[in-house]
Design a protein around this ligand. Structure first.
Ligand code: ADP
Ligand code: MG
Length: 392
């Protein structure tokens, strides 16, 4: 583990963050907070169609050790950036896209929601890789919100805080993220994925099948095309919804779509076919999880990948290679690309006892097939943003 300073070979991230706090500010932090990254098990490109997603909070998280201050200022040291930044509460100045803007934006959005805030000084550390599709930004926002709530005596309503953090990212940072990332970082539950209805924002936890682990498989590829392709897919979905006279593709069943598909441009029909079947698969996946059926959940994940590859056309040769290699392993129930696509991560559901073997074999095969070095993380599902005891 990187320690940024003193060697602490066996220290955990919360210990490192708390120690660094003591070095920088003298004395122990009064509060330690944690907010997780996430991976989406199924329900891809459904969020902007008012549909369903099924993410889980992963074991990798952002941690902030902090102590309140009474001068209305926030001072934060980032282990990743190895620098401190400071700002006054109520200020409006921005420093471009600097990392502190996620913190300032969260303070701004909390203020807009009517909360009176107290300042604090702290240290932030994280093992959520940045820009790898695991939503380090939402984890940072939720950890920040949890920190402010702790020192300012604000009641912690996880779903309301997810909306505050989404607003920070959309309106302050200027990134158009959906509700999924902040919501799962806020409401995650140990051992469970969370079905989120992106229209009503209703959430329901469903258990991971017993004896399974989730593996996040980073292809080590990133594509620049994502934004333009994403906007194009959104427009295509809106066009089909308009053609059927419904508010969003969420309101169309697969049977209704097929009954009217002949009237559609074939490309638009394929795009819509992915979204409506993906919504149905996501609801079926939640049912499979409630029934403890790992094999069925895995088959739905596999079908989701084929749909993203063939109908929505957002996969890539590397994502396809990773998914096929994973699916061929006997300990794997199912695998699919996850996130917007064209690169980034895939996700697999595997038997717990064989997850180390899975990681070893899939890493080696992927490297042979593509010449790229993948990064695989095995994870269970954890709880959402929380205050944790300061390590002694
Ligand atoms: P991701 O897919 O990981 O969310 P984003 O580009 O949305 O990628 O957000 C990454 C940004 O979030 C970083 O560039 C940085 O500004 C901020 N960030 C994430 N993790 C940290 C951290 N540990 N410390 C400081 N800033 C962080
Ligand atoms: Mg992000």
């Amino acid at each position: 583990m990187e320690t940024y300073g003193k060697p602490m070979p066996d220290a955990t991230l919360p210990e490192i963050v708390a120690h660094r706090f003591a070095d920088l500010y003298d004395g122990a932090p009064g509060v330690l907070v944690r907010a997780p990254g996430r991976v989406n098990l199924i329900g891809e490109h459904t969020d902007y169609n008012d549909g369903f997603v099924l993410p889980l909070a992963i074991e990798r998280a952002v941690w902030i050790a902090l102590r309140p201050r009474d001068d209305g200022a926030v001072r934060l040291y980032s282990l990743h950036h190895q620098e401190a930044r400071e700002f006054a509460l109520g200020g409006r100045e921005r420093e471009g896209r600097a990392w502190i803007e996620y913190v300032k934006g969260t303070a701004w959005a909390l203020g807009e929601a009517g909360h009176a805030l107290r300042g604090w000084e702290g240290v932030v550390g994280s093992d959520v890789p940045i820009g790898a599709g695991l939503s380090s930004s939402a984890a940072l926002e939720l950890a920040t919100a949890r920190a402010f709530a702790a020192v300012s005596g604000v009641d912690w309503d996880p779903a309301a805080m997810a909306l505050v953090c989404q607003r920070a990212e959309n309106e302050w940072v200027g990134m158009k993220c959906g509700i999924m990332d902040p919501m799962i970082s806020a409401v995650g539950r140990a051992g469970h994925a969370v079905l989120i209805d992106c229209r009503t924002l209703a959430t329901g936890a469903v258990p991971l099948p017993p004896g399974t682990r989730v593996v996040v498989m980073d292809t080590s590829t990133r594509r620049g095309l994502v934004d333009s392709a994403y906007n194009e897919r959104r427009r295509q979905c809106e066009a089909v919804a308009a053609a059927f006279g419904v508010p969003a593709l969420r309101d169309l069943s697969a049977a209704e779509l097929e009954a009217g598909a002949a009237r559609l441009d074939p490309l638009l029909a394929r795009r819509a076919r992915h979204v409506v079947t993906e919504n149905e698969r996501t609801l079926a996946a939640a049912d499979a999880m409630r029934a403890g059926e790992a094999a069925l959940l895995g088959r739905l994940m596999n079908a989701g990948h084929r749909s993203l590859r063939d109908y929505y056309e957002v996969s890539s040769p590397e994502l396809d290679a990773m998914v096929e290699i994973a699916q061929a392993r006997p300990e794997c129930h199912g695998a699919r690309m996850t996130g917007a696509g064209f690169g980034g991560c895939a996700v697999a559901l595997v038997d717990k006892g064989d997850s180390a073997e899975f990681v070893e074999r899939v890493s080696a095969r992927y490297q042979e097939a593509t010449g790229k070095e993948p990064r695989l993380h095995v994870t269970g599902a954890t709880g959402g943003a929380e205050i944790v005891p300061v390590p002694g």
